[in-house]
Design a protein around this ligand. Structure first.
Ligand code: SAM
Length: 281
């Protein structure tokens, strides 16, 4: 294998617009004009888009049902010195889209994989959500079946991170109902719909009211959605830990013992209570 240089053939991972053609970066356009091949999730879908940006590369199909075979084709082109761009129907390939297995195979074969920054619905929605958690967890699509969906949500319910989901219009009502049922009505739900498109809507409110808000106008259920839910409060962060701790300290218990007993009574973490007790003393 020759050493990798800027000129060596590469697989470029190229995000494409979510809806607004103006969101393509100049670098993405340059890459699409330069490569010999474009591996596309749906060649018929991508062909007009690629023409729009002046890309004349040959197309090959790389979707979830042929990713292994497509990877083999891509590796052959790279071995012949031809660069390839990977695109999906919209947004960033490999983010709830095909591409991850293809990328893995190409990396394993020792070729350069060059990611280009660009449109991604999750990040776009997060940036305007107003959720202030310092961390977020990107989940993508929840399972379609009710039982598996609820199990998945139960596994996420205690996490203190903003949760980010993708959803299609035909499942939006049942998914929002499941979010409220498992995560509770109090947490904030941000529904970011049709981002970068004509009917872009970003609605924020308590999870408990979201289902009715969607039902109030059928148009609100149309289009593509990113759903963002505020993170769980730490267990006992409703003031109960502090209240019990104060009582124990008032009874004259040493800090360490008060924290230990406080944990047993409220379930709040011992270390957090210990720190709190020190600050109360
Ligand atoms: N790879 C894409 C990305 O980078 O965001 C995601 C592809 S995934 C198959 C499609 C889902 O992304 C949609 O069902 C929706 O949840 C979300 N999505 C895509 N475009 C969107 C848009 N314009 N507004 C809101 N959500 C969008």
């Amino acid at each position: 294998m020759t050493a990798m240089t800027e000129d060596s053939p590469a697989l470029y991972v190229v995000p494409t617009p979510l809806g607004n053609l103006g969101d393509m970066t100049q670098r993405a356009i340059d890459v699409l004009r330069r490569v010999a091949w474009v591996a596309a999730e749906d060649t018929r879908h991508s062909a007009p888009l690629l023409r729009h940006y002046g890309c004349t590369a040959r197309l090959l199909a790389a979707h979830e049902h042929n990713e292994e075979a497509a990877a083999q084709q891509v590796i052959e082109h790279l071995a012949e010195g031809e660069s390839v761009a990977l695109v999906s129907d919209a947004g960033t390939p490999a983010v709830s889209d095909p591409g991850a297995r293809l990328v893995a195979r190409v990396r394993l074969a020792g070729f350069r994989v060059v990611p280009l920054p660009g449109p991604c619905a999750a990040v776009t929605a997060l940036s305007a959500s107003g959720l202030t958690e310092p961390h977020f967890l990107f989940y993508g699509f929840l399972p379609a079946r009710a039982r598996q969906r609820e199990d998945a949500l139960r596994g996420l319910a205690a996490l203190p991170y903003a949760l980010v989901f993708y959803e299609a219009p035909h499942r939006i009502l049942e998914t929002v109902a499941a979010l409220a049922a498992v995560l509770g009505p109090q947490r904030t739900l941000v529904m970011a719909r049709e981002l970068t498109k004509l009917f872009e809507t970003i609605h924020s409110g308590p999870l408990g009211g979201a289902h009715d808000w969607l039902l109030a106008d059928a148009n609100r259920q149309r289009g593509e959605f990113v759903l963002l839910v505020s993170g769980a409060m730490p267990v006992g962060d409703d003031g109960e830990g502090e209240r019990v701790l104060k009582l124990l300290l008032a009874e004259g218990l040493p800090v360490k013992q008060a924290a230990k007993l406080g944990q047993a009574i409220t379930g709040v973490g011992k270390n957090a209570l210990y720190e709190l007790a020190l600050s109360l003393k």
